[in-house]
Ligand binder design. Structure first.
Ligand code: URA
Length: 231
């Protein structure tokens, strides 16, 4: 029999272990929210998140991709941009938005005096879907906890959703981009309360250049919000 004192110590020890361990010995559901709740600094949390994604099992995308595409930009930024999924160039380089759409995105950012040192960029999905197809609902569901956690870690004041996949994944399937773009909405992702704006994806703008004027309206809204929030 354990003495009361030792029992108290043991309970404290187990509480400590459970609180600090990232993985427990349960075989499934490793990525549920609690498992991320360890209080680490941002760098450590991001490393851990990347590690968790890289260790995701049963992911058909990962098997075919060359690299994980986690993020680019400044993790301290208060502006987070979220796209759909990596394409061929991103898969090769392991960085988001480095292909043609990325070049347009850089131009869009520079038009409002932003660049990759001033924003943080990621995608809903971290591995390239074959033939650049749109990710399936199941794939989006699988990656949703990760992008949600990613937002929570970065804790941005502004989230810019690029295109309808990012919008539907994070705002809901019932909305359409033509109605949702160019409006500020308030949302909470994990513990992060933030202002969200939806705008067209740069790849869409390359196919439909006439829509660039709408995108310019959205960009100006981001520029104004940045000023209002003193970012
Ligand atoms: N399109 C995206 O949505 N994300 C990228 O990283 C590249 C292209």
């Amino acid at each position: 029999m354990l003495k009361k004192n030792n029992l108290t110590k043991l309970i404290k020890y187990y509480n400590f272990i459970n609180y600090n361990l990232i993985y427990n010995n349960k075989a499934i559901n490793r990525y549920k929210k609690d498992n991320f709740e360890i209080s680490e600094d941002k760098t450590k949390s991001l490393k851990l998140l990347k590690f968790s994604i890289a260790n995701l099992e049963n992911c058909n995308l990962k098997k075919k991709a060359s690299n994980i595409v986690f993020s680019d930009g400044n993790p301290k930024s208060k502006i987070m941009l979220i796209g759909e999924a990596p394409g061929a160039s991103e898969d090769q380089e392991g960085l988001p938005f480095v292909g043609k759409a990325g070049q347009l995105l850089d131009k869009m950012l520079s038009a409002i005096d932003l660049d990759r040192n001033k924003v943080y960029i990621s995608n809903i999905i971290n591995y390239r879907p074959p033939e650049n197809r749109r990710p399936t609902d199941l794939e989006i569901k699988r990656y949703l906890p990760f992008i949600t956690k990613h937002i929570e870690i970065i804790n941005p004041k502004i989230v810019v959703l690029l295109g309808s996949t990012a919008m539907n994944a994070l705002i809901g399937n019932e909305v359409v981009i033509s109605k949702m773009r160019g409006k500020w909405i308030e949302r909470q992702f994990g513990n992060c309360k933030t202002s969200v704006i939806i705008t067209f994806h740069p790849a869409f703008l390359m196919r439909q250049p006439a829509q660039k004027k709408m995108s310019w309206i959205d960009l100006k809204m981001i520029r104004d919000k940045k000023k209002d929030l003193n970012i």
